[in-house]
Design a protein around this ligand. Sequence first.
Ligand SMILES: Cc1cc2nc3c(=O)[nH]c(=O)nc-3n(C[C@H](O)[C@H](O)[C@H](O)COP(=O)(O)OP(=O)(O)OC[C@H]3O[C@@H](n4cnc5c(N)ncnc54)[C@H](O)[C@@H]3O)c2cc1C
Length: 387
Amino acid sequence: MTIRGFEFPTPELPPGIEALRADVRGFLEAEFAAGSWAPQSNFMAGFSAEFSQKLGARGWLGMTWPSRYGGHECSALERYVVTEELLAAGAPVSAHWVADRQSGPLLLRYGSEAQRQAILPRIAAGTCYFSIGMSEPDSGSDLASIRCQAKPADDGWIITGAKVWTSNAHRNHFMIALCRTGPAGDDRHGGLSQFLIDFKADDVAINPIYNLLGNHEFNEVVFDELLVAGDRLIGREGEDWQQVTSELALERSGPERFLSTFRLLVELVRACGPEPDRRAAEAIGRLTAHLVTLRRMSLSIAGMLEAGEMPNVEAAIVKDVGTRFEREVAEVARLVAPVEPARGAPGNEPNYAAVLAESILHLPSYTLRAGTTEIMRSIIARGLGLR
Ligand SMILES: Cc1cc2nc3c(=O)[nH]c(=O)nc-3n(C[C@H](O)[C@H](O)[C@H](O)COP(=O)(O)OP(=O)(O)OC[C@H]3O[C@@H](n4cnc5c(N)ncnc54)[C@H](O)[C@@H]3O)c2cc1C
């Protein structure tokens, strides 16, 4: 048996990238001082169309896309710097996040010219938001088993079925829904197609699901013989397994997979004070070393994406190690600086107990969303040649 190794080469950062970082930090400091937002630990929790539009106006959305679609022709590494600064500041990025990270790139790669022209400039302007329509009530990890069906009709497609855990469906403009349009075939990857669902125009039921914090962030979306026009198909009918899996490296490798408890780490450092005892100093030092390593790995993947590679296995490693790190931060915080976690009103003042409570309630979702730990490990094992 050959066991394949992995490399995470350090990419060369483009010139001017630190000036870009300083620019983003300056913008965030000014916005924060103006009370634009109360910092969020979870990047999917803070939804602000106004803030997304400000980012669009600054050229910080659709950064890597061609200018004819409203993009800015920057590198994936420049985009990386912008996203990590936004996340570290706990800025309200959830409105545009999925559209900018994966729906836009998917349309750029597989969409029709008409779809690109109609949608990409709006995403880059921060005015058009997308949901991911993959999971179903009985299909999460095993995406090939989805049952949501699109049947050809004279004037398009008739879609019947349900999607679940659809983040922000109640606020967003579109969903890219994965549907079955034909038989699965021997490898179970055939017969899958993706469709644009227009939440503002199509007759779909969007039923709220409340998370552990009692917040409405995700939903069940039900299609009851929904007729959509033929031009809603994205890419080629029945060949979308490759298309849908190409989103996953984008979804799994970014800094959102290890920065969801960054705010807690900052509050922990603050709670331990300028002269932490030895145990606290060691624990914080270990967490920081892990964070720095994860960032190097994730940045390396941005470099691979920039080079046109599709590093799905490396992305699964970042997702697995990163989301376990996010859990570890909360576990270490509870041991090193024990306080009673206390839900507080969102505010801009440092509040260790409130951030700890918020993090603990969000934590179970981090190792589930975008693919579970077990699924990441099975992808890694296959990549290593062990399966
Ligand atoms: C906060 C949050 C937001 C989300 N947002 C979206 C969204 O916007 N759009 C969307 O489409 N989905 C979304 N999801 C759904 C998410 O992708 C799924 O929850 C995830 O893929 C797991 O699927 P499942 O919940 O059906 O669990 P299951 O697939 O039923 O898994 C249950 C358990 O069995 C384990 N398991 C399953 N198969 C195997 C196997 N072969 N080997 C070993 N163990 C296995 C899993 O690891 C897990 O522990 C979101 C989830 C969360 C928590």
